[in-house]
Every structure is written in C-alpha cells, then in structure tokens.
Design a protein around this ligand. Structure first.
Ligand code: AHG
Ligand code: MN
Ligand code: MN
Ligand code: MN
Length: 325
C-alpha cells in the first residue's frame, strides 16, 4: 500500500505543501489517539466557555483547536490560520505561502457518546506581501482552495484528501504511524435513494426544500418513483464520508427557526472543503441557488445553506429551487 507523500508528489504537490499536509495530519494523529482513549484521557465533557459561534465548547473542541493551531503555526509554512473556535484569525510567518482554515472537531455533540467525529481543513494560497494579521486575506472563494480534506475518527481513522486531482481515501495504520492509500479514486454514484437531513427542522425550511423532501417521503407512489432511505450522523464528516463511499444527498438547508441565524454550517471551515472533496469525486454542492465554491466570502465565520452529494439527486433538489423563485 502506498504512503501519502509519494501520492501527493505524483499529484504535483511541492515539498512545502506536502510538509504542511503532514503537519496537519500529525496534529490529527494526536487527536485520534486522545479520542481513542476516550474517558481515560479526560478529554470528554464540556468546558464553561462559549465560542464565537455561540456554542458551548467541548473539551475536545478546545484541545483539537490548540493542537492544530500550535503545530500549524510552528511549521513556519503558513501566513495565518482561521478556526471555527477562534474569534479572529491568528497570524503566523509573514513569508508563509499558505493559509489554513479548519473545523478542529466536527460533530461535537457526538464526543460524549463515542460516536463519529472528525477534523475538516482547507488550504488556501497566501496573498503576496499581505499583513498576516489581516483577516480579509482569508476572504477567497472555495475555487481558490489548493487542498481540502478531513480526518474521520471512526472505528478506523481515515483521511479524505484532494489537491485538485481527484479525491483519495487513506487509512491510518497505527502500527506504522502513517496514512496509507486505501482508495485511489473516489467516484460518488450519480444516482441515489438515500438522503441525510435533520428532519426535526422540517417545518422551518423554505418552500423549495419542504416540497423536495415531501416528494422523497412519498416513495415509490410519489413523483420520484422510488423509496428513499434516511441517515443522519449529526456530524457532517460522517455524513459526507458515507456519501463519498456509497452516494447520497446531504442537506443542511436554511431554516427560519432563528431568523438571526438562518444557516448552520460554516462556509470556510465546513462547506468549502467538503464541497471540493465532493466535486473532485464527481458530486455536486450548492446552496440551492449557487455553487458553494463560487461564493465570495465576506466574513470568516459566515454560514451557508448546504446541499451536496450525488449529482443527479442534487440537480433534482435544485430544480425545486428554480421553479419556486
Ligand atoms: P460542529 O460540531 O463543528 O459545531 O458542527 C456540527 C454541525 C455538523 O457537523 C452537523 O452536520 C450538524 O452540526 C449537526 O446538526 P444537528 O445538531 O442539527 O444534528
Ligand atoms: Mn462547533
Ligand atoms: Mn463542524
Ligand atoms: Mn467544530
């Protein structure tokens, strides 16, 4: 089985990019170890703090954030980092070629039940001669991403990674201590009969999403002519991983429960890296009205509606959005 670095080299990644990806993964391996030890490592449960997103921080959110931030900044390869758990961006080496954004721990509500969680990251180019402390250097659309990936802390620890040459899956070999290539080319089936959405928000969605899901629920007798199955892991990494493995559609639609916060997922830490992984595997990713990776960000913590997965199913969902407007 092939190691990560030679695969990246073959895909055209230069030495600095390979070194940065290895640094991110070194932090993830440490997180994986702590997660694996569970209650024994004293990392479960909540802190008394709230993050900038207005969420109570879990101990693991904080630990994962510190590990990633410190190791990435120490590498000297990045101009700055931006994290879901940090109020603002953190400056690094003014000569660093890269910017890294990350969701240190995705699926926080799963930490205390020994269920799926992960780390999501995105690498952007650093603008030349910019101020490393200026958060606006991060305001680049997802199409500018140099690489994107996630590490899933599941029964096995897996990495999904793209540098724009397809999406590849690796598995952490704990005896060797590194990630080995276990699926060279991920190809999301275009057609699916599986959807993932938090149905408890149904009554708060906008009309197009209500109509789309209502039609899926009618099954074989309805306009879609087939029975659908539903899955919800409550961690985007878990749901996207399933979609990379066997197809499906994942949505976190806009809902009007709290008009001040209509969208849940974060563009820079979740939506953009996942969209790149999905598109590079032949899938599609949209807000319902726009390709996610083409959004021009205006704020590092901005949130966005997400609909992604199997190409034809995403297209069907988008058709409901067209007819409604
Ligand atoms: P995070 O733990 O990084 O704050 O993100 C959680 C997100 C996402 O991973 C997941 O899809 C969603 O929240 C789960 O939402 P519900 O609580 O509505 O299930
Ligand atoms: Mn969170
Ligand atoms: Mn998340
Ligand atoms: Mn998180």
């Amino acid at each position: 089985m092939r190691r990560l670095a030679p695969v990246l080299r073959q895909d055209g990644a230069d030495a600095d990019l390979i070194s940065l990806i290895k640094t991110i993964l070194a932090a993830c391996k440490e997180i994986s170890f702590r997660v694996g030890q569970g209650a024994l490592s004293g990392v479960l449960g909540s802190t008394l703090d709230e993050n900038i997103q207005g969420e109570t921080q879990k101990k693991l959110d904080v630990l994962a954030n510190e590990l990633l931030k410190d190791m990435i900044l120490e590498s000297g390869l990045v101009m700055a980092i931006s994290s879901e758990e940090e109020e603002s961006t953190v400056a690094g080496n003014p000569n660093g070629q890269f910017l890294v954004t990350f969701d240190p721990l995705d699926g926080s509500s799963n930490t205390d039940i020994n269920s799926l969680i992960g780390t999501i990251f995105s690498i952007l180019p650093a603008p030349a001669k910019a101020d490393p402390a200026d958060p606006s250097i991060f305001l680049q659309p997802g199409t500018a991403q140099i690489a994107a990936g996630y590490v899933l802390y599941g029964p096995s620890t897996m990495l999904a990674l793209t540098t724009g040459k397809g999406t590849r899956l690796y598995t952490l070999d704990k005896t060797y201590g590194g990630f080995l290539l276990t699926q060279e080319e991920v190809a999301i089936p275009g057609v699916t009969a599986e959807f993932a959405v938090n149905m408890s928000n149904q009554r708060h969605w906008e009309a197009p999403m209500q109509a789309y899901i209502a039609d899926l629920l009618q099954g074989k007798e309805g306009p879609r002519g087939k029975n659908y199955n539903m899955r919800w892991i409550a961690a985007m990494v878990g749901d996207v991983h399933r979609i990379l493995c066997r197809g499906g559609i994942f949505a976190y639609p806009r809902d009007l429960k709290d008009p001040k916060k209509p969208d849940k997922l974060r563009l820079m830490y979740e939506a953009n890296p996942m969209s790149m992984l999905v598109e590079q595997a032949g899938g599609a990713s949209s807000t319902g009205y726009q390709r996610i990776m083409e959004i021009q960000p205006v704020d590092i913590h901005q949130r966005v509606a997400v609909i992604l997965g199997s190409r034809h199913e995403v297209d069907s969902c988008l058709n409901y959005h067209k007819t409604d407007s």
